[in-house]
Write a new protein. Structure first.
Length: 317
């Protein structure tokens, strides 16, 4: 698997932010649920901050974006379970070049702890536009070793993984927090300029607070340690994303892989195996690539359209 990541990093050195969603911060909070003046509970807020580059209309039925969690690891990719549907992102509506937030809403036998009280997230970050926040019991509830991803679906079919935090294959079981990206009572912040990874997570793309970094803090100390809205897409590398890029089905079980984009121009498609060997090199003129020659396994697909390049992870079954 490390070879996949190394290959992915090489390919991603040419990828950019165009129209995209990146996970910019993951937080396992330690404060009361109902606000800074409350005392009930000590594990809020649990937050996933994301940045939307370009314009994405999450409310458009044709854009089925979901935030999903794989809890407690998996022995193989076939064992990964991304929590069923996860959290629908349609409630964000149309977003342009802005941060959005998924905040888990804990409950007590079905009754939200927040009922009748100001959510702790709003208490901590009052300047954040509430229209860019979704409170949900389906929002990720990160606590240690849960991987998180943003994915695009067509009905029940996964079209693509846009970005991912954590790798379930790094985790042996629910008690394993030995992976570089796993933590409790702390946070992880994406390094500036790191583009969406298409499901190919690399732990060096984030900076970590360290286990228990938020234990015992008050609200002021919390916001100092975990500021929101500070990620920037500006980095040292050049990144170009193909607008509206979709690759499906994934996993692929037949002979045809579909690759479409907003421009639908001809695309050069190169597919690499886990050892970095190029196994397919073709030009997709009609949005399809014949993958009959590929055996079951994991591949990296490099797609170039009109001078812009993107990579995706492909699973062949």
């Amino acid at each position: 698997m490390k070879k996949i990541y190394a290959l992915s990093l090489v390919l991603l050195s040419a990828v950019s932010f165009g129209q995209s969603i990146v996970i910019t911060k993951v937080v396992d909070g330690t404060l009361p649920h109902g606000g800074c003046e409350e005392t009930d509970g000590t594990f809020s807020p649990r937050i996933v901050e994301m940045y939307v580059s370009g314009t994405i209309d999450f409310g458009n039925n044709a854009n089925d974006y979901r935030l999903q969690v794989e809890s407690n690891g998996a022995a193989t990719e076939a064992d990964e379970y991304w929590g069923g549907i996860g959290m629908y992102m349609s409630g964000f509506g149309e977003v342009t070049d802005s941060f959005i937030y998924a905040v888990n809403m804990p409950d007590n036998d079905g009754t939200p702890f927040y009922e009748g009280a100001l959510p702790i997230f709003e208490d901590l970050y009052p300047s954040i536009d509430t229209g860019h926040v979704i409170y949900s019991g389906y929002a990720p509830n990160p606590n240690g070793n849960d991987a998180i991803r943003v994915a695009n679906y067509n009905g029940d079919d996964l079209i693509e993984v846009i970005d991912q935090y954590g790798n379930p294959l790094d985790v042996a079981d629910g008690g394993d927090t030995s992976a570089a990206w796993a933590f409790q009572d702390s946070y992880a912040a994406r390094n500036n300029g790191v583009a969406a990874n298409g499901g190919n997570f690399d732990s060096s793309s984030f900076t970590y607070g360290g286990n228990d970094a938020l234990d015992g803090v008050d609200c002021n100390q919390f916001t100092t340690a975990v500021p929101m809205g500070v990620f920037t897409t500006l980095g040292t590398g050049k990144f170009d994303t193909i607008s509206g890029l979709k690759m499906y089905p994934n996993p692929v079980t037949g002979n045809i892989l579909n690759i479409t984009s907003d421009n639908n121009a001809d695309k050069t498609v190169a597919i690499y195996d886990v050892l970095g060997k190029q196994v397919v090199n073709t030009v997709a003129t009609n949005g399809t690539v014949n993958v009959t020659s590929l055996t079951s396994g994991v591949y990296i697909v490099k797609i170039t359209e009109e001078g812009k390049t993107a990579t995706r992870k492909l699973v062949v079954k």
